[in-house]
Design a protein around this ligand. Structure first.
Ligand code: ZN
Length: 292
């Protein structure tokens, strides 16, 4: 049976796994994200210790931004990240040289979109939008053709503009590029920047969850207008706040005013793959790479 080396590359840790095409993850491990010179060889060492040889492919689902243009000399490199040491890092070549196999790479959120579409909340649905709302906001869309949406690079859905909530005109937003884009107003640091605590830690009657849900409702309305997803999966730490999902569904329904085919009350759902979503995203990428 074919097997695959899997890498979920995050800002604080690299999660590693070895799996076969039945999605059985036989071994897993974590390596701290320090510098590329330390982290990448430590990952290769672990795969070798596990006896990984002749994998059908390796899959990398990574934090970004990434260069995903196959014609570019820096394909598979991390590009303009503010994370120290990692800008310009080639994530692909060390693994391709170590294991002599094809290596697939995409963003972590695109990987999660693929795995949720194929094996999770999107099973039985033609298209799926995956949004993660955590320390940042990212989105990946799998269309009715089963392929990820891509232009010059992967989408940067967290950086769309949104209208201002009527009770939220003083906070400037934390995005270093745009200030008050969606991420700048809605991700975890924006919640703590305004109210000094995460949504889950604020009193039950606090207006913050309603304001954050309203922004996410505007964003969903925008994404419905562009893509009409059959499923919208919302993940990430901000979604752990009690009741936030229902507030977002309601806000999105009001913003859309019944115009779109999909009804947010039905199509906005939590992830189904839980803690495995990252590695399964890497597996989906690797399996597609091996299939050509
Ligand atoms: Zn921005």
């Amino acid at each position: 049976m074919a097997h695959y080396g899997l890498i979920e590359a995050g800002g604080t840790k690299f999660v590693l796994g070895i799996a076969d095409e039945t999605r059985n993850i036989a071994a897993r491990h974590q390596v701290p994200t320090t510098t590329p010179q330390e982290t990448l060889p430590a990952c290769i060492d672990w795969f070798r210790q596990q006896g990984l040889s002749n994998p059908a492919a390796m899959g990398i689902a990574s934090f970004g931004p990434l260069d995903l243009d196959r014609a570019s000399p820096s394909w598979g490199h991390i590009t303009r990240t503010p994370k120290p040491h990692w800008a310009g890092t080639d994530l692909v070549t060390p693994f391709a040289e170590a294991f002599g196999c094809p290596v697939a790479i995409d963003t972590d959120v695109n990987g999660a979109a693929l795995s949720e579409h194929r094996w999770g909340a999107g099973v039985g649905f033609s298209s799926l939008l995956y949004l993660t709302i955590g320390t940042g906001i990212g989105g990946g869309f799998v269309g009715a053709d089963g392929r990820l949406l891509r232009g010059l690079s992967h989408p940067e859905m967290g950086h769309i503009r949104v209208p201002r909530h009527a009770q939220d005109h003083n906070y400037a937003g934390f995005c270093p590029f745009h200030g008050d884009c969606l991420e700048g107003l809605t991700a975890g640091p924006a919640v703590k920047g305004r109210w000094g605590a995460s949504l889950s830690d604020l009193p039950a009657d606090h207006p913050a969850p309603g304001i954050i849900a309203w922004y996410l409702g505007q964003a969903i309305c925008t994404f419905q207008a562009i893509m009409e997803p059959a499923r919208i999966v919302l993940g990430g730490g901000v979604m752990h706040a009690p009741g936030i999902l229902d507030k977002i569904r309601k806000a999105a329904s009001e913003a859309g005013a019944g115009y779109f085919v999909g009804n947010p009350q039905d199509l906005v759902v939590p992830p189904a793959l839980g803690d495995n979503a990252g590695l399964l995203g890497a597996l989906a990428l690797a399996m597609d790479e091996a299939d050509g």
